[in-house]
Design a protein around this ligand. Structure first.
Ligand code: UDP
Ligand code: MG
Length: 330
């Protein structure tokens, strides 16, 4: 069995893998119980003789819940000590919570999954099979997105296209955070220093042997979504600005194009004045040119600001998350 130089944690598919399931949760008191029941059954079947898995753990990351989520997790831990948890000091967002989970998971294979059971945990068995075949990342791809509303599907489509067009690190379309990561991949992601944790982008950048398993995504049955359109928009900006500098550079080309047009227009004006004399009309055209250029300048300044803001966040070097408590050991 090989070991990972960074951590001395054994890596690679061996005969007796240990699986960590990490679950970020924010205000999910009603969802914890049903989640634990269903996932525990699936995982127990995997550790049964012939299942090919030595042991498992479920690691909840309580992302600053305001309701009784933590109490529900405590109860689950008392009933089954293989259920552990981290409790963050406030709401840091799902990406940061996932980072916390990756930092504290002990497994040689790690599977992030949402608590709402939209992603069927039964697929984990299939993921383990692919992992044993030698794949280091097995991501789940939604066969259909019928569980999402039409506007959400359309904006998601648009986002994946824009991201993959602008960035050289392609993210697989319709793959969420539900995936299996080998310990090697987890260590690489943990070693990435950035504060902006757009996980799908980090996974894509890391490379490794990747494969997909398809599954049907069901609608959320308990609790409600934590992502409104504004949060999704912010996430999209995070994703693109962390993966691509095209939005920064495009303005030079636009500026060059406009300058060239202006030069042509100037030559045309000189020639026309020389041939036909002066006429002083032209207020509308001046307004149009001024407003257009003003708009373009503000827009490009705004884009610059996005990136400068991100640099500020990075250089501050604050921790990505703060753990208030751990349940069931570090
Ligand atoms: N979540 C989190 N922190 C947040 C928002 C959400 O840990 O600030 C968790 C949430 O509890 C759930 C997962 O992230 O387990 C996915 O959230 P949700 O199902 O609301 O997202 P959607 O499926 O609607 O995109
Ligand atoms: Mg969900």
């Amino acid at each position: 069995m090989e070991t990972n130089a960074l951590t001395e944690i054994p890596t690679g598919p061996g005969p007796l893998p240990t699986l960590s399931v990490i679950v970020p949760v924010k205000d999910e008191q009603v969802a914890i119980g049903p989640f634990v029941a269903r996932v525990t059954a699936v995982l127990d079947a995997l550790v049964a003789p012939g299942g090919g898995c030595e042991a498992w753990e479920i690691l909840f990351v309580d992302d600053g819940s305001q309701d009784a989520t933590l109490a529900a997790i405590h109860a689950a831990h008392r009933a089954d000590p293989r259920i552990r948890a981290l409790s963050l000091s406030r709401n840091f967002g799902k990406e940061a919570a996932l980072s916390a989970g990756l930092d504290h998971a002990r497994g040689r294979a790690v599977v992030p999954i949402d608590v709402d059971l939209q992603d069927p945990p039964e697929v984990i068995g299939e993921m383990l099979d692919r992992w044993r075949e030698g794949f280091e990342v097995v991501y789940g791809v939604r066969r259909n997105r019928l569980s999402d509303s039409l506007p959400k599907r359309m904006t998601a489509d648009l986002y994946y296209r824009a991201h993959n067009w602008l960035s050289s690190d392609k993210i697989p379309e319709h793959a969420g955070d539900f995936r299996l990561l080998d310990r090697k991949v987890v260590e690489v992601i943990r070693a990435m220093p950035e504060r902006n944790r757009f996980m799908k982008g980090l996974f894509a950048w890391g490379g490794f042997r990747q494969t997909a398993v398809e599954y049907d995504r069901s609608p959320r049955k308990l609790g409600e979504t934590k992502f409104n359109y504004w949060k999704l928009w912010t996430l999209a900006i995070d994703g693109i600005t962390s993966a691509s500098t095209v939005p920064l550079r495009v303005w030079s080309y636009l500026g060059a194009g406009i300058a060239l047009l202006a030069l042509c227009y100037a030559i045309f004006l000189v020639v026309r004045t020389a041939l036909f004399g002066v006429d002083v009309a032209g207020y509308p055209s001046i307004m149009v040119a001024t407003l257009f250029l003003g708009g373009v300048q503000l827009l490009s300044l705004g884009v610059l600001g996005e990136y400068v803001g991100r640099i500020l966040v990075e250089v501050k070097h604050r921790p990505i998350y703060i753990v208030r408590d751990t349940i069931g050991g570090d």
